[in-house]
Every structure is written in structure tokens, then in C-alpha cells.
Design a protein around this ligand. Sequence first.
Ligand code: SF4
Ligand code: SF4
Length: 297
Amino acid sequence: MSDYQEDRNKALELDEELRDLPREVRNVLHPVRMTSKEHFHFRCHPGIDCFNACCRNIEIILTPYDLIRIRRRLNLDVESFLYQYATPFTLTKGQLPVPLIRMDPETGQCPFNTPEGCRIYTDRPVACRYYPIGMALMHKQQATNEEEFYFLIKEDFCHGHRESKDWSIQEWRADQGSDGYDEQNRGWMEVILKRRSAGDTVATSTQLSEFFYMASTNPDAFRRFVFDSSFLKRFQVDPDTERKIREDDQALTEFAFAWLKSILFGDQEVKVKPDAMNELKKRKAAKPVAGEASEGE
Ligand code: SF4
Ligand code: SF4
């Protein structure tokens, strides 16, 4: 394959991966895959003439770890935070619901933006930490791991690209603290990727959407689901995990996605108890096959 053809194929693959992004964003992507060792020039600082220009009219997905950090910062319970600051959005491919920051409907401004900059800066979402770098994770069918690559976002209003400060992507990620976020959000990203790679032919049930949104946004509700239902009678949860998920929202969120991966993709991270499995098999065997006449008819 020629270099041109290879670059072209990569650009097409990238385009497919970024289908969920709004067109305005896709149009400014520098359509080249970058590795973490590649370099770019950029500097953002309060003295720059475009200061705050990037914090309006954008779609910022809030990951589960973003929500935990920002809620803690604002000292808000889940319902109050979602009501005040978020709006649900369904990803085009995979049909899973995610929360977006709700921009001011009149000004288009992010609600956390102030003339002095971001008022939650040290807890800002991972999408804001990456900017102007985008990260794409691609799950290839039959592959065990996700492939990770980056691309540059160049928007006319952002003058940070005119600055001479040189970064490798690795250095930028470390400087912005995004590495830790990706690790904490790993289970959530894996569920999204696997659903996307299943394609549009697999319908997302309302129940799955609800479980996914609850696991992504509402640790209190997921905790009630685990401890106030027959969940612990049906799934194997060791005492140490049980203790952690009772108290720690991040541990609970990680557990929630491990469970979702197990029921959706058979990952076996959270196993069904043998008794519950036998019960399930018995019920399936007792169920009449659709269209089959029952005795006495
Ligand atoms: S969260 Fe902060 S950095 Fe991100 S868009 Fe809003 S104001 Fe800007
Ligand atoms: S340089 Fe770019 S990222 Fe920084 S404030 Fe300006 S528009 Fe926003």
C-alpha cells in the first residue's frame, strides 16, 4: 500500500471514529493520527487575546470521574448537580446516553466560566484537559485491547497554536493531569467502545440505557440497586469489594462498569452465583417455546 493510500485510510478510519462529534469540531481536526511521542506547539495563558474564547458553544461530555470530582468540588448531591449543570445526550453510535455540560441557552457560555477563567479549574473535565488534543480509542473486533491515538484540534479563534512552546503529547497529558482521569474512566470507555464496535444493528434497550446512565452519573442510585435489591444474592461480590463499594463512589463506579461488561459482553469480571445460575437455567427450561401449543390445548 502506498504512503498516500495508508494516510487516506487512516483519515477515513479517524473520521468514522469521530462520528459523534459535531460537524464544526470535525472540520477543524487535523486529520492525522498522532502518537503520544509526537510534538506540537501551543501555549494557553490568562494574558492571551483569546482567553476564555473556547469555553462556549461546545459539547463537553462529563465522564463518571469528572462528575465525582466536580460534585465534590461544588458540594452538590447528584440530583442537584444534574438538574443545574447537565443535559443528557445520546451517542450516535452505540446509542448510549451521556451527560453534557449544559451551556447557557442565551450566551452559549459554560456555567463554570468566569472572566478570570474556569472556576473549577483544578477539577475541570477531562475533555477540557485534553484540548487542543483529542484522543480516540478504537476497539477492533476480535482484538483484546483498544488502540489509542490522538489528533490536533485547530480552531481559528484559538491563538494558542501561534505560541512557540513545544510539547510532546505525552508531556501535555502529564501537565494537564489527564492520565489519571483516563485510568479512572477506563471501564466506562470500554463499554462505550464495545457498544460502538457492535454497530447500529444491535439495539440498545431502554433498560440498558437506564443502567448505563445510572452507573455513569448516579453512584447513590447504583448503590441502592446493589444493596437494596436481590443483587448480592445473584452476583458474587467478595467482602473486600462489598466494603469498598458501600463507602467509595469511585470504587462503586468501577464495579458498576465491570458488572455491565459482564452482563453485556460476558467478560466474567462479576460472576453470577452458581445457585442463581441454576435457577436461571430452570426458569429458561420451564418457559414454553414461542408458538408451541401447551398440553391440553
Ligand atoms: S469546565 Fe472550565 S475549562 Fe471546561 S469549558 Fe467550562 S469553563 Fe472552560
Ligand atoms: S489559547 Fe485556545 S485554549 Fe487557551 S484560552 Fe485561547 S482559545 Fe482557549
